[in-house]
Design a protein around this ligand. Sequence first.
Ligand code: CP
Ligand code: NVA
Length: 312
Amino acid sequence: MTRTTMTRHFLKDTDLSPAELTEVLDLAAELKAAPYSRTPLAGPQTAAVIFDKTSTRTRVSFAAGIAALGGQPLIINPGEAQLGHKESIADTAQVMSRMVSAIIWRTYAQTGLEEMAAHSTVPVINALSDDFHPCQILADLLTIREHRGTLAGLTMSYFGDGANNMANSYALGGVNAGMHVRIAAPADHQPDEAIVAEANQLASTTGGSLTVTDDPVAAAFGADVLITDTWVSMGQDSAGRDDDASPFVKYQVTQELMNSGNDAMFLHCLPAYRGKEVTAEVIDGPASAVFDEAENRLHAQKALLTFLLESR
Ligand code: CP
Ligand code: NVA
C-alpha cells in the first residue's frame, strides 16, 4: 500500500480509510498472537498519554502497549501539565513533538485535538473526546471479527444516548467497516445531522448503512451485535439522565431485547452500570464479550501506533 510521508493522526474513526482499517485490524490480530513481534518504539522512545478525564482501560492499555512496542509511556494525569491552564495547545504540541514519538490525549473538545494535531510533528491519537472514542471502536471491531469472522454486512445496534462519543464513533467506524449500524435513541438524543451525513456518504462507498430510530425493538430485530453505553458521559450533568424518569430507560439492553437479535453478542466499552443501560443478566451472561473487548484495546492500539509510526 502507498503511504504518504505526512504525519498521520487518528482523531476520529474516518481518519483511517476502509482499507487502512482492515490493515490495522489485521495487524492487531497478528500482535495479539505475537505480542512482542513489532518494536516501532524501540530505543526506548517515549509516547505521552495525557488525561483530562479519568480512565482505567485507556490508561492501562496504552501504558502496556507502548512498553510492549519497545517504548516508554509518559502518563500525564488531569491537572499535572501546564496544558489547559497555563499554556496553549499549540505551544504544548510543538514542545512535546520535539521530545516524544506520539501524543495520545483524552480530553473534552474535539477542536482541541485538531489544534494539537495541527501543531504536532508526531502522531496525535484521540483517547476519547466529547465527540468520538475511535480507539474503542477499533477494539470493538476486532472483537466482533474474532467472534463472527467478518464485519462487512453484519448489523450492529446501539441503544441509549445516541448523541455521545460512542454513538458517533459506532456510526462512523461501523459504516467504515461496511457494517449496518442502527442507533436507537430518544428523539432529542440522536446523532447530529453532520454525523448522519458523513456516515451516509461513507456508506455509499463501503456498502454499510446507518439507521437512526427511536424504536429499540426494531433496532434489535435480527441484529448481530447489541451495544450500549453509560447514560451519563464524563463531563455531563447526570440530572435527568440516570433516574427512573430518564429518557434512556426504554433503551436498556435486556435479555428480551437480546433474544430478538441474530444469536447476538453483547458489547459495552465499560465502565458499565448494571440495572441502568444493561441488565446484569445480559452483561454477565454468555453472549457478553465485554472483557474480550476490553483486552482488545491493548492489541488494537498497538496496531494503530505501529501503523501511524510506520506511516511517517
Ligand atoms: N472504555 C474506556 O475507555 O474505559 P476507560 O474510561 O476506563 O479508559
Ligand atoms: N460515553 C462514555 C464513554 C466512556 C469510555 C464517556 O464519555 O464517559
